[in-house]
Design a protein around this ligand. Structure first.
Ligand code: GLV
Ligand code: GLV
Length: 318
C-alpha cells in the first residue's frame, strides 16, 4: 500500500531518512515555509501531513486532500491547526509533547538570567568598543536569588522551569487552571496563587500555557499594570498570550524592569516598539532549538504520522 505524505520543511537528517524509508515522501524543496498555493497543491492526494507551527492548516487545506488521515504537527503547540475542521473531517491531529520540555525550560531560565543580569546590554557594551573598564555602578541588574518567580501555566514546562529556578534560590509561585495536588505543592514548596495575585506579587513572571481563544492577550494592559514596578516578563510559549502593543506601552512608561521574549504575536514580524528597549531581550523562537530535542520531536512526529496513516490511533492526539 502506498503512503503518500507531505513534509512541509526539511527536518534533521535521521528523521528525514526514517520518513523516506517508510512513506512516499514529498518534501518542500525550498529553505522557507511553503506558500499557500504550494501547500494546497502539495497536500493533494496525501494521506499524511507532517507540518510545522509556521504552517496554517485550515479547512481549505484539509479539503484539498480528501484521503487525509493524520496531521502530525512538529511542535507541542498546535494553534496553527483548525482542530474543529479536523474533527469534522475525522482527521487525527497530533503534537510532540514531553520531548521539548527540558530544552524550553532551559531557554526560559536563560532569558530570565539574561534579562535580570543585563547580559544583552553587557555584550553590546563590550562589542561597541565603548567599555572603559570595571565600574561600581555599571549595568547593575537584579539578583534573582531570593526573588519570586511567578509561573503562569504549571504543565511540564512550567514545572521544569520551577525546578531550575528553585536551584537558583528563587521562591516559586504559580497559577494553573487546575491547582496541583497539595502534597506536591508542599513537597516542592510551590505556592498556588490566583492569577491577579500572582501578577501582583512576582518579581519575574514566566508564561508556560497553551495559546487559545481563552488565553488570547492574557497579559494585557490591565495585567501589566498589576505587575510590580520593575518586574520582568518572560515568554517562551506563544506570542499572542501577550498584547504586544500594551507591553510596549508598559515599557515606555518604565513600569516593567525588562522582558525576555522568544515568541511574538505575528512571527516573524516583531512589534517595532520592542526593539527600542535595551532591557528587552529578543530571541527568534528558539525554545526547542537543540539538536537532541529537534531530533526527538521529529521521531515522535513520525511515529504519530505512521500510526495515523496506518489507521492506528496515534499516541499524542491533541
Ligand atoms: C514550539 O514553539 C512548539 O510548540 O513546539
Ligand atoms: C509541554 O510539554 C507542557 O505540557 O508544558
Amino acid at each position: 500500500m502506498s503512503h503518500p505524505v507531505l513534509l512541509t520543511r526539511r527536518l534533521p537528517a535521521p528523521v528525514l531518512q526514517r520518513l523516506r524509508d517508510s512513506v512516499d515522501l514529498e518534501l518542500n524543496p525550498h529553505d522557507r515555509p511553503l506558500h499557500r498555493e504550494e501547500l494546497l497543491a502539495g497536500i493533494r492526494g496525501k494521506k499524511g501531513l507532517l507540518c510545522l507551527l509556521t504552517d496554517r492548516i485550515d479547512a481549505e487545506v484539509m479539503d484539498a486532500a480528501p484521503e487525509l488521515k493524520v496531521i502530525s504537527n512538529y511542535a507541542v503547540g498546535y494553534n496553527n491547526i483548525d482542530l474543529r475542521a479536523a474533527r469534522e473531517r475525522q482527521i487525527w491531529v497530533t503534537n510532540t509533547p514531553g520531548v521539548l520540555t527540558e530544552a524550553t525550560a532551559e531557554l526560559a531560565m536563560g532569558l530570565l538570567l539574561a534579562v535580570a543580569r543585563r547580559l544583552g546590554e553587557g555584550d553590546q557594551l563590550v562589542r561597541s568598543g565603548q567599555w572603559r573598564g570595571w565600574e561600581p555602578l555599571q549595568l547593575l541588574g537584579k539578583e534573582i536569588h531570593g526573588s519570586t518567580l511567578g509561573i503562569v501555566g504549571m504543565g511540564r514546562i512550567g514545572k521544569a522551569l520551577a525546578r531550575r529556578a528553585a536551584a537558583f534560590g528563587m521562591n516559586i509561585q504559580y497559577w494553573n487552571r487546575t491547582r496541583l495536588p497539595g502534597d506536591i505543592e508542599v513537597e516542592k514548596t510551590w505556592r498556588y496563587r490566583s492569577l491577579p495575585m500572582l501578577l501582583a506579587s512576582s518579581d519575574v513572571l514566566s508564561l508556560h500555557l497553551a495559546y487559545s481563544a481563552e488565553t488570547h492577550h492574557l497579559i494585557n494592559a490591565e495585567a501589566l499594570r498589576i505587575m510590580p514596578a520593575g518586574s520582568i516578563l518572560i515568554n517562551t510559549a506563544r506570542g499572542a498570550l501577550i498584547d504586544e502593543a500594551a507591553l510596549v506601552e508598559a515599557l515606555q512608561r518604565g513600569h516593567l524592569g525588562g522582558a525576555g521574549l522568544d515568541v511574538y504575536e505575528d512571527e516573524p514580524r516583531v512589534h517595532p516598539g520592542l526593539r527600542d528597549f535595551p532591557n528587552v531581550l529578543l530571541l527568534p523562537h528558539l525554545g526547542s532549538a537543540t539538536q537532541q530535542t529537534r531530533e526527538a520531536m521529529g521521531h515522535l512526529a513520525v511515529e504519530n504520522l505512521l500510526a495515523g496513516i496506518n489507521g492506528v490511533e496515534p499516541t499524542h492526539i491533541v
